[in-house]
Design a protein around this ligand. Structure first.
Ligand SMILES: N[C@@H](CCC(=O)N[C@@H](CS)C(=O)NCC(=O)O)C(=O)O
Length: 242
């Protein structure tokens, strides 16, 4: 049985839900409410001491890291294949999935926290409660981001710097899409799967960043036309907070 520990609005969770949906796999959901810090519960830390979603379990084996999880799913569940056959396209795909893990995954956090986390959490936790929660977080940078989001919010300059990084990601996509319909070339692949939640998030933060007529706008429209995209992005827990 496939089990997934994930959060509704987490881009990295969306990546894995999209891969699962493309492969039409059945899976059991374990909803982790990051806004209630359920990722700091000992039971979750036992699965991933890094306190990050998503985490996948398959046949009792635990796998962390969304990029690795999606590659695992493509190895273990071959159809439909999400890695190009052509060696060069496959290399391009890997360049993209690694780039997603290294750049937009981090660049998106400040504007996302400002837009989504801050309005919801600013009144919910006192400074003392937030500081106490932050000391439990294994990563200092992550802890500082939560404290900033809840206490004072992020300075505009910091938000702008992140948006500039995300604009470069869109430029990089536009350049790649000059050579084929999908990021790795002719075939739809994990490159597109891994990138999709970030473009979707950029659109939610500032739709104007996706310039009408740009290749990336066309790519995003094609992504939005996929049934799997709707399943993955539209996932909501059946009860409790979203
Ligand atoms: N490199 C990790 C990053 C995962 C990640 O950033 N997860 C976020 C949600 S998108 C998270 O769990 N954040 C917990 C926190 O901010 O404390 C992966 O790709 O799986």
């Amino acid at each position: 049985m496939i089990e997934l520990w994930h959060a509704t609005h987490s881009t990295c969770s969306q990546k894995v839900r999209l891969c699962l949906a493309e492969k039409r796999l059945r899976w059991k959901s374990h909803f982790v409410d990051l806004r209630r810090f359920q990722h700091l519960d000992p039971s979750f830390l036992a699965l991933n001491p890094g306190a990050m979603v998503p985490v996948l379990k398959d046949g009792g084996r635990v796998i962390c890291e969304s990029m690795v999880i999606n590659e695992y799913l493509d190895d273990a569940y071959r159809e439909p294949r999400l890695r190009p056959r052509d060696p060069l396209e496959r290399a391009r795909m890997r360049e993209w999935t690694l780039y997603v893990a290294q750049e937009p995954t981090w660049a998106v956090k400040v504007p996302s926290f400002q837009k989504n986390i801050r309005p919801e959490l600013a009144g919910r936790y006192s400074d003392e409660e937030m500081n106490a929660m932050a000391t439990k977080m294994p990563n200092r940078e992550t802890a500082a981001r939560w404290v900033k989001a809840v206490k004072d919010g992020f300075p505009q300059a910091e938000i702008d710097a992140s948006l500039a990084r995300l604009a470069k990601t869109l430029d990089r996509m536009d350049a790649a899409l000059a050579s084929g319909p999908w990021l790795a070339g002719e075939e739809y692949s994990l490159a597109d799967v891994d990138m999709a939640p970030f473009v979707h998030r950029i659109a939610a933060i500032d739709r104007a960043m996706i310039k009408p007529g740009a290749r990336v706008a066309d790519w995003y429209a094609r992504m939005q036309g996929r049934e799997a995209f709707h399943i993955a992005m539209g996932w909501r827990p059946t009860e409790g907070p979203t």
